[in-house]
Design a binder for this molecule. Structure first.
Ligand code: HEC
Ligand code: HEC
Ligand code: HEC
Ligand code: HEC
Ligand code: HEC
Ligand code: HEC
Length: 497
């Protein structure tokens, strides 16, 4: 066989390197073509094609270079010619072929690895990488995300944002996360809030202009009681989102008061920021400061250092991975008809089976139908026969709610991740607006039911239908009497109650 390259290329180490590199290159080419034509993106394929194989390819190339270098040193030691570097003679046709070959090869390789590393970068930023690669770990976030208003916004848009600094930071902390997944060192659930989440100014506010004005938002919900008839009540209210800026028009409402015209600082005594004994309220225009404190709290210098400035995430803490409470989801399914309201005790049963403890999603999927059918066969055997298809349809809807909101493998549900946007199932706004935070004049942060929303219409069987444009006093379903104004809704409706 005619040798095309100089002798020093022909050594066993370089040969092995060449074979490894060639196989890796072929595989990369082959998998890239497959990926190009594949209908569904495959998360694991990306990691092989764009991260593992190129690594092997580079290893092979290094091996070739190392073989040549070793061979060259050996030769030099044998025939001490006194020359420091090999002489390339382009008049020698064999050397010319070799140089041309290497030059072309290097250019093509550089181009290919540029494309390759871009693909690798793109891939580690994709939602599939974030959401599915670590299957069980990110399953709750990924599942909830797919059903959220932000399902078309990438994970990285909120978790990393733009700019090199946060990119590097995220890849460094990401490497630790990959380690913790491989060695099973992660906590279940993943703790929240994220200490080092990128500030909202650099993420949310890149898409949502804080001074944008939103008019009142109509919130209309049906509620069903946990009684035999699943008694319905309903409420329509205008939520005063507001916002705005004085140059373009209206300025009022929740966003204006809490986010634009004023700065709010607070101290939370627990890691999940659910207990807030101290609030400082600064009017941006007049610079007037008001402090609201709960009984028995003093702000030490140590605590003062831990004050947090309120931003979007203190209210919108679940913009994308929302784990809903059972009452909320069953109310929704009953009002849109996916769960049959004519089935006796359906509301109560549905909430109970969702809140049952299961080892994993699989067990929940097989136990839920059994539990519901047992109940009907014990108490309404006739109905189980007559309405079996309606019962089955309702069971499917309940299983669906479970699969999208409960993740027993990761110990994730609404209980570990309260939503702060509201005040029914967790304290939310009432962490501060609870009539227990007072300023120097003994005035509390407002708890007036009409300051954040206006109830336009409500219906309960006890108080009938009521409509008023001025706003109604809330009628609690089920005729709950006594003064519930002195209690928080979450005193009775949160999971600890
Ligand atoms: C609209 C913005 C947004 C998007 C999109 C988003 N997240 Fe988040 N994520 C957040 C915020 C805000 C928090 C912090 C919540 C807190 O501090 O209480 C968070 C928290 C988390 C946490 C910590 C645990 C938890 O649930 O609080 C994980 C894990 C997470 N996100 C993963 C993901 C993954 C995976 C995706 C894509 C499938 C994603 N996120 C998409 C905004 C977002
Ligand atoms: C990459 C752009 C982008 C980023 C970043 C982003 N959002 Fe959004 N957000 C959107 C879009 C688009 C919609 C509208 C979705 C629709 O209506 O279909 C939306 C909708 C919303 C809504 C309305 C939800 C509803 O129920 O209708 C809220 C609230 C919101 N975003 C808050 C946030 C918060 C808080 C953050 C930061 C943690 C954030 N967004 C980050 C693009 C973004
Ligand atoms: C004091 C709490 C609070 C803060 C702080 C806050 N929001 Fe909101 N925001 C709300 C409430 C309450 C709503 C209405 C929620 C609903 O849809 O039920 C809302 C609604 C929204 C909507 C949807 C409006 C619509 O009509 O569909 C967007 C978008 C939004 N907020 C973005 C932001 C962004 C971005 C920030 C930070 C600059 C922010 N919010 C800060 C409480 C807050
Ligand atoms: C960290 C504490 C804190 C949290 C949490 C909080 N607020 Fe506030 N809010 C305040 C303070 C302090 C004021 C100013 C009260 C005053 O000046 O009397 C205020 C004022 C308001 C006002 C103006 C009320 C008026 O009549 O002038 C609105 C509207 C409001 N908040 C909405 C909300 C909503 C909606 C939420 C929940 C999504 C919320 N706030 C959560 C501390 C908080
Ligand atoms: C600090 C602002 C604020 C105050 C004060 C406030 N609310 Fe609300 N309320 C909210 C927000 C925000 C929501 C969530 C709306 C949504 O689900 O989109 C809400 C939701 C509700 C709902 C619907 C609950 C559900 O889950 O279906 C009812 C009912 C309600 N509030 C009653 C009251 C009553 C009664 C009071 C007076 C004791 C009150 N609110 C005071 C901000 C407030
Ligand atoms: C003293 C405890 C208590 C307080 C405080 C309380 N609730 Fe309730 N709530 C109940 C009970 C108990 C039921 C079930 C009623 C029944 O079975 O007749 C209920 C039922 C409901 C329902 C209908 C069932 C459902 O899950 O949809 C809604 C809606 C509701 N409450 C909203 C609220 C709101 C909003 C507040 C705060 C303004 C509040 N509750 C305060 C005890 C309370």
């Amino acid at each position: 066989m005619k040798k095309r390259f100089p002798d020093i290329v022909y050594n066993s180490v370089s040969l092995i390197g060449a074979i490894i590199a060639l196989i890796a290159a072929e595989l990369i080419f082959f998998l890239t073509v497959i990926e190009f034509f594949a209908r569904n993106q495959k998360p694991y394929m990306g990691i092989v094609t764009f991260i593992i194989l190129p690594g092997i390819l580079i290893f092979g190339l290094l091996l070739i270079a190392y073989g040549i270098f070793r061979e060259y040193k050996k030769k030099k030691a044998g025939k001490a010619t006194g020359k420091q570097l090999p002489i390339i003679d382009l008049n020698n046709p064999r050397q010319r072929t070799a140089v041309t070959f290497f030059a072309f090869g290097t250019v093509i390789l550089l181009a290919a690895s540029a494309v390759g590393s871009f693909k690798a970068y793109e891939y580690t930023d994709s939602d599939e990488f974030c959401g599915t690669l670590c299957h069980t770990v990110m399953k709750p976030e990924y599942t909830a995300y797919k059903h959220s208003p932000h399902s078309k916004v990438g994970c990285v848009q909120c978790h990393i944002g733009s700019g090199a600094g946060w990119f590097v930071r995220s890849k460094i902390s990401g490497s630790y996360q990959v380690y913790s997944v491989l060695f099973n060192k992660y906590s279940r659930p993943i703790p929240t809030p994220i200490e080092n989440l990128r500030p909202a100014q650099e993420t949310c506010e890149q898409c949502h202009w804080p001074k944008h004005f939103y008019s009142e938002k109509l919130v209309k919900v049906n509620h069903f009681l946990p009684d035999e008839n699943n008694t319905r009540s309903g409420i329509s209210m205008l939520l005063k989102v507001g916002g705005g800026n004085s140059q373009t028009g209206n300025t009022y409402g929740i966003h204006w008061q809490m986010n634009i015209a004023n700065d709010v600082w607070y101290y939370a005594s627990d890691e999940s920021r659910q207990t807030i004994p101290y609030v400082k309220f600064i009017n941006k225009e007049t610079k007037k400061v008001k402090e609201f404190i709960t009984d028995g709290f003093t702000l030490t210098p140590d605590k003062e250092k831990q004050l947090r400035k309120m931003d979007c995430i203190d209210c919108h803490n679940r913009p994308s991975h929302i784990y809903n409470p059972p009452d909320k989801m069953i109310n929704l399914s009953m009002s849109n008809g996916t769960i049959d309201t004519s089935l006796p005790y359906m509301k109560s049963m549905a909430v109970q089976v969702l809140e049952e403890k299961y080892l994993n999603t699989g067990e929940a999927m097989s136990r839920i139908p059994v539990l519901i059918k047992d109940f009907y066969s014990n108490h309404y055997p006739e109905l189980l026969r007559q309405k079996s298809s309606d019962i089955d349809k309702s069971i499917d809807a309940i299983k669906n709610i479970y699969a999208n909101n409960y993740f027993p493998e990761m110990n994730v549900s609404w209980k570990q991740f309260p939503n702060n946007l509201g005040h029914t199932y967790s304290d939310g706004c009432f962490r501060c607006h609870d009539n227990k935070h007072f300023d120097k004049e003994k005035k509390s942060i407002t708890n007036d039911c009409n300051s954040c929303h206006t109830i336009l219409e409500q219906y309960t069987p006890e108080s009938g239908s009521q409509v008023s444009m001025k706003g109604l006093a809330y009628a609690h379903p089920g005729g709950l009497t006594g003064n519930i104004r002195n209690q928080k809704c979450s005193d009775c409706h949160s999971h600890t109650k």
